[in-house]
Design a protein around this ligand. Structure first.
Ligand SMILES: Cc1cc2nc3c(=O)[nH]c(=O)nc-3n(C[C@H](O)[C@H](O)[C@H](O)COP(=O)(O)O)c2cc1C
Length: 160
């Protein structure tokens, strides 16, 4: 996972993550952020650095990421989530680099909107979807929602 914050790209941690020397294909880079333009630029930067797949992080539950409205926090704002997806696809399309999306089933038990986001993402050109079958509220604990994952898979597959 690489931040979309430009000011951190030269840091040791991020520059190591963005260096793919000696890695075998396919080289996939997950980007995290909260601003569509910054995510567009992060996709372009990582493609330039050798990324062959760009994944968008909408699943991370940590406070460090969510407090900045990135990761799973984006699921609370579908318009912003879609804006980011569209911006990243726009950056990757000219390079024929597929964009994928990682998300959860929603923010919390009363806010489960994974299917809505999945459908919008599919329409926007997302090539693959990974669903962690829990809400952000659940973190890594509790029963995974296999029924939600199955529903998303069935509905999206029926629209290809
Ligand atoms: C320590 C740790 C770090 C993780 N880092 C990422 C990450 O950077 N990006 C991501 O999309 N998922 C990340 N995940 C989530 C996992 O990819 C996975 O979705 C989650 O663990 C649920 O799958 P499981 O029930 O098989 O563990 C992380 C999980 C753990 C435990």
């Amino acid at each position: 996972m690489v931040t979309s914050r430009k000011d951190l790209w030269a840091s040791l941690k991020t520059s190591r993550r963005a260096n793919h020397e000696g890695e075998s294909a396919p080289i996939a880079v997950q980007i995290a952020g909260t601003d569509a333009q910054m995510m567009h630029e992060a996709a372009a930067y990582n493609i330039d650095k050798g990324a062959q797949i760009i994944d968008i992080n909408m699943g991370c539950p940590t406070k460090k990421v969510c407090n900045k409205w990135a990761g799973s926090a984006l699921m609370q704002d579908e318009a912003l989530a879609l804006e980011i997806i569209q911006a990243v696809v726009k950056a990757a399309e000219p390079h024929k680099v597929p964009v994928t999306l990682k998300m959860r089933t929603g923010w919390c038990a009363t806010h489960k909107n994974a299917l809505n986001i999945a459908l919008a993402a599919q329409d926007a050109g997302i090539q693959m979807l990974t669903v962690h079958g829990r809400t952000r509220e659940q973190g890594y604990k509790g029963q995974a929602e296999y029924d939600t994952m199955a529903e998303i898979k069935a509905v999206c597959a029926s629209r290809w």
